[in-house]
Design a binder for this molecule. Structure first.
Ligand SMILES: [Zn+2]
Length: 196
């Protein structure tokens, strides 16, 4: 599946957990890290088919990435399990959405546990595009509701500009603003009642 889809999957889930901006960034890294073996494409198509879904798409790589990211997170065990879970979400998404013929060598370089989905859909398929579009809409909703985008930790000023632009163009008002407006109007009504 496309790397941007993996990144957004980590982002959307991280926003429903009690995490810092850096930990939300790490969640995106954990969700996409397996695709580091896609770099093998530089060495040609044959190398890509040989190494992609092996070097990065295995349990050991997932453990190393998760432990490393957790070392720089606040609650280490909790973070490690979260990152490892997101890493496996990547494998699950690839199992369905990386196109027919891909194998995931889950215990690479050990033998065995080679996962192949006989019903995998095409890489450029409506399923993959729909999942990406769904995650993108979800990301916009998070920006409107929580006031942050996947850029928050790396480019905070651009992040703030995008949030402001989205809120302006989608006519979004936070629920808290609505409540305080209601409270204000109730209070002024009470003032009026007292004066009568
Ligand atoms: Zn992948």
């Amino acid at each position: 599946m496309h790397v941007q889809t993996h990144l957004l999957s980590g982002w959307c889930i991280a926003n429903y957990l009690d995490l810092s901006p850096r930990e939300r960034l790490f969640a995106m890294v954990a969700a996409a890290a397996a695709d580091v073996d896609g770099i093998s494409r530089i060495a040609g198509e044959e190398a890509y088919w040989r190494w992609h879904h092996t070097v990065g798409h295995n349990l050991w790589f997932g453990l190393i990435v998760s432990i490393l990211l957790a070392a720089f997170s606040s609650r280490r065990l909790y973070s490690m399990l979260l990152y490892l879970g997101l890493f496996h979400l990547h494998l699950l998404m690839d199992y369905y959405g990386s196109g027919p013929g891909w194998h995931i060598h889950y215990l690479w370089p050990l033998r065995g546990a080679i996962l192949t989905n006989p019903n995998a859909w095409e890489f450029y398929s409506w399923q993959n595009l729909t999942i990406f579009a769904g995650l993108l809409v979800w990301t916009v909703w998070i920006a409107l509701r929580n006031g942050r985008t996947p850029l928050e930790a790396l480019m905070p000023s651009l992040d703030a500009k995008i949030v402001a632009w989205l809120r302006r163009n989608f006519g979004y008002r936070r629920a808290a603003d609505g409540h305080s407006a209601v409270r204000r109007s109730n209070a002024s009504q009470a003032d009026l009642d007292q004066t009568h």
